[in-house]
Design a protein. Structure first.
Length: 106
């Protein structure tokens, strides 16, 4: 199956955040987030494993009780059901993989 980026539906889950599902299989999903400086993703958790990297920009991420500042090229892993937040320090693009796929993103 082929997924065309130009055809991907764009969602705006919060102010300053755009999300596109780039590809989705039976067991994992790739999602692009475009995040504007100053945007925040409040604390949340989900039953999905999440692995990602920061393609562009810089943000502060809290995973569980640890805080990190990430820059271009840095990666991260979030275990299922672990609380995490993001504060966007510069306009950023993040690519995340969720396993299993997040049905709420489809």
């Amino acid at each position: 199956m082929i997924f065309r980026g130009k055809e991907a539906k764009v969602a705006k889950p919060a102010e300053g955040i755009l999300r596109r599902v780039l590809a989705c299989g039976k067991r994992c999903q790739i999602v692009e987030f475009k995040l504007s400086k100053g945007a925040k993703i409040p604390g949340h958790k989900h039953p999905h494993e999440q692995i990602g990297f920061l393609e562009k920009g810089r943000f502060k991420m809290v995973i569980g009780d640890k805080e990190y500042t990430l820059g271009e090229g840095d990666g991260y892993w979030i275990e299922p059901n672990v609380d995490h937040t993001v504060e966007v320090l510069e306009d950023s693009i993040a690519i995340d993989v969720f396993a299993p796929p997040r049905e709420d993103f489809m």
